[in-house]
Design a binder for this molecule. Structure first.
Ligand SMILES: NC(=O)c1ccc[n+]([C@@H]2O[C@H](COP(=O)([O-])OP(=O)(O)OC[C@H]3O[C@@H](n4cnc5c(N)ncnc54)[C@H](O)[C@@H]3O)[C@@H](O)[C@H]2O)c1
Length: 442
């Protein structure tokens, strides 16, 4: 099939409402960072939309603008935040509680703006997130009422803030493990399941459905299904609403999707990959529950197999042992420590080891991804691109892809895909890296 023609992109006029589901560590860090950046009090480090460049044309053309100058992104000054959370804390209190940012340097200067973000009552059911129980919730005995309540919240937020467009992002806790089942196949079954309070319809799916019904793009930063169901995928495609997920790719998995392609590129074998984390934030506490951890584990485990293709290279990766652990360890708070021990082998099977100790900050790594996702999702919507946005795989551990496609996990292939999509959107040539033209005479 020929490349579809360059879309017309509606201008980014007016305010963009960013609705976060969950006002915890990631959301409060995102909001504080954006409010600081709006006031030129901090640089949005880690954000490709704000700091990244894109090469256009040939290497000799010397055209490498900032991405935000090349494509019509919403300016961060036009963002207004809203949120839902079962805890009633506003974004200032949530940020203090999360303990990610220094109060004097990064919270006090924007305290007023943060205090204005007060969470709406959450569509929350403790059955899906067992370690959390807050008072700021909707009645969860009727899924239909929860869905309607979310839509009413969206309408009210739109009116009160006079937003032109909106994006919803799931930065809520990881829900228990669920698989796609009969309720998720088509709209009739899904609607009936909502009316029947079917337990396979999780709150995240209600948020996602409400967003899509309102024409609002939905991005999923956690590994639970949310919008990753046949019914919501088809609905998003039919109604031209961008969707993407799942699970922000921030720490250990980010490293895996850089290192594993290197081993494979050099045809080095991998005998085992042991990954363990200690983490003390609320996310770590939720993931300490086996049902919630299973959702995360599935998301983290898929990456290596996807990249290394043991069925194609059985002698290199066929016997690889892959283990992932997350241990809740309160003293560390949001400062995660991730260890990787990788047993590799080379020429004539000689073994080698690589050990990585990544002392990272979870929400510091996740916040810029959340910002990029909302800005790119909004761009996609204005470009008329509905359904799965595979070009946003760059941001996810378990990229959502069309049925029958395997996800691309290699970080740099993902980046190439993202940038080529941006080039396509603005009518620029694709960059193939063939480069023969530099060596031909004419
Ligand atoms: N590096 C990272 O931080 C990273 C990476 C990948 C994925 N994630 C995922 O992002 C999500 C957010 O992480 P966090 O560190 O901010 O966690 P957090 O626990 O600090 O915040 C999550 C918030 O979501 C709220 N919540 C739970 N269910 C909700 C519902 N139904 N509606 C509204 N709010 C709800 C909780 O009360 C909590 O305040 C988690 O699912 C986490 O697994 C984070």
């Amino acid at each position: 099939m020929a490349t579809p023609k360059t879309p017309t992109i509606a201008p980014a006029e007016g305010k963009l409402g960013v609705l976060t589901v969950g006002l915890g560590a990631v959301s409060s860090t995102l909001i504080a960072g954006v409010e600081l950046a709006k006031r030129n009090m901090a640089e949005p480090i880690g954000s490709l939309t704000q700091m990244g460049t894109i090469r256009l044309g040939k290497r000799t053309d010397e055209r490498t603008p900032l991405i935000k100058d090349a494509v019509p992104l919403t300016a961060i000054n036009d963002i207004v935040f809203g949120a839902w959370d079962p805890f009633p804390d506003d974004a200032y209190t949530a940020a203090v509680r999360a303990g990610v940012l220094e109060s004097g340097r990064h919270l006090e200067p924007v305290a007023e703006a943060l205090r204005q973000v007060r969470p709406m009552a959450a569509a929350f059911d403790p059955q899906y997130v067992k370690r959390i129980d807050g008072p700021n919730v909707k009645d969860h005995t009727s899924k239909r009422k929860m869905l309607e309540g979310i839509r009413e919240d969206i309408g009210r937020f739109r009116d009160e803030n006079k937003t032109e467009r909106m994006v919803m992002i799931w930065a809520g806790s990881t829900e228990i493990f669920l698989e796609n089942g009969p309720a998720h196949q088509d709209i009739d079954s899904f609607e009936a399941a909502i009316d029947a309070n079917d337990p396979t319809v999780a709150p995240s799916m209600l948020y996602a459905y409400a967003a899509l019904q309102e024409g609002i793009p939905f991005a999923n930063g956690a590994p639970n299904l949310a919008v990753d169901t046949p019914v919501l995928r088809d609905y998003a495609t039919a109604n031209k609403v961008p969707i993407s997920g799942k699970d922000f790719k921030t720490g250990q998995t980010l490293l895996k999707t850089v290192l594993a392609p290197m081993f494979k590129a050099r045809m080095l074998g991998v005998a085992g990959w042991y990954s363990t984390n200690i983490l003390g934030n609320r996310d770590g506490e939720v993931l300490d529950d086996p049902d919630n951890f299973k959702t995360k584990e599935e998301s983290k485990l898929g990456v290596l197999e996807g990249i290394l293709q043991p069925e194609t290279y059985p002698s290199l990766y066929g016997d690889m042992y892959h283990k992932v652990r997350i241990n809740y360890y309160p003293p560390r708070g949001d400062n995660k420590e991730g260890w990787d021990n990788i047993d590799i082998f080379g020429w004539l099977n000689y073994p080698m080891q690589m050990k990585i100790d990544f002392l990272c900050r979870d929400s510091i790594l996740a916040a810029p991804l959340a910002l990029d996702l909302v800005l790119f999702s909004d761009l996609a919507k204005r470009a008329g691109m509905g359904g799965i946005q595979e070009w946003l795989s760059f941001y996810y551990k378990s990229p959502q892809v069309a049925p029958g496609l395997y996800p691309e996990h290699d970080l740099f292939i993902q980046l190439t895909k993202l940038k080529n999509t941006l080039r396509w959107m603005i009518g620029e040539d694709q960059i193939t890296h063939l480069g023969l033209e530099y060596y031909l005479d004419e």
